[in-house]
Design a binder for this molecule. Sequence first.
Ligand code: ADP
Ligand code: MG
Length: 308
Amino acid sequence: MILDCNNNENENLMNIAILSRNPALYSTQSLARAARVRHHYVRILDYVNCDLIMEDGNLTISYHGQVIRDIDAIIPRIGASHTNYGSAVIRQFEQKGIMTTLSSEALLKSRDKLTCSQILASAGLQIPRTIVSNNTIMYGDLLETFDKNVVIKLIHGTHGIGVVLAESKGQAESILEAFNKTKQKSMMQEFIAEAKGADIRILVVDQEIVGTMKRQAKEGEFRSNLHRGGSSKVEPISEKEKEVALKAVKHLGLKVAGVDMLRSNRGPLILEVNASPGLEGIETTTKVDIAGRIINFIEKSVNQLESV
Ligand SMILES: Nc1ncnc2c1ncn2[C@@H]1O[C@H](COP(=O)(O)OP(=O)(O)O)[C@@H](O)[C@H]1O
Ligand SMILES: [Mg+2]
């Protein structure tokens, strides 16, 4: 059986698949609405339930027993716990030459904090000083190279969970040991006290900055994540911050990204770059139709592909 996509008669109208686990999520809804407003046909596919078939040099994707065909573009919204399978599904679409707002390679580069930090640092971009070690006996010596306060974070953490501020070397060592014991990879990082619990989220679509906001941690908290009770407001950013954000996104090979930055005494430091940035916080704070910008970008890219 073949998954029925709309047989769009108007050649500018597209069949777009949003790869998302949950159709009820704000970001999924917002993207679907922006595409439908432009009269595109939208399918929401739970990528974990996409079956990948490889035979006779041919790659197909099957969804609940139906072969998926005639997709013009995909918008992957891959959750942190399904990065590997999500990237395999994207790769399957890529092999068929289908436009994607997120490449499988860029997803893998940006998803874990260690790989992302390595790529950013090697591109000459400033990040907080970071050390990763599996040697429990070295923890003490390595921690000595930081100031008194050190941030310990899980390499695969999200939403601020697994980001801990240690206020002494002893505390830091205990936290690192605990993560190590439970086989969770972590990193030690310089604490940027002067950021005062705030960070900047910069939304980039197709090398253009489309929205910026400042997130402020709630009283008594240093993590500014909205999921951790942080608040947000529109925030203008400097030319230097724009330049750094665009360079980071370019080096990671991302087309749609949320860059998180700390304002430090030595300039902007990139914390992380999100490959499937949540749209709720940025759209409600800035009132910018970010989902619409993403669909516009798809329209432009698919038209360019077709005219080649
Ligand atoms: N090195 C640091 N110095 C100061 N604040 C930090 C540092 N690292 C993280 N934070 C704060 O904690 C929040 C969560 O950290 P982050 O690395 O973005 O993890 P997550 O992926 O869980 O959001 C950041 O948004 C920032 O407010
Ligand atoms: Mg973050």
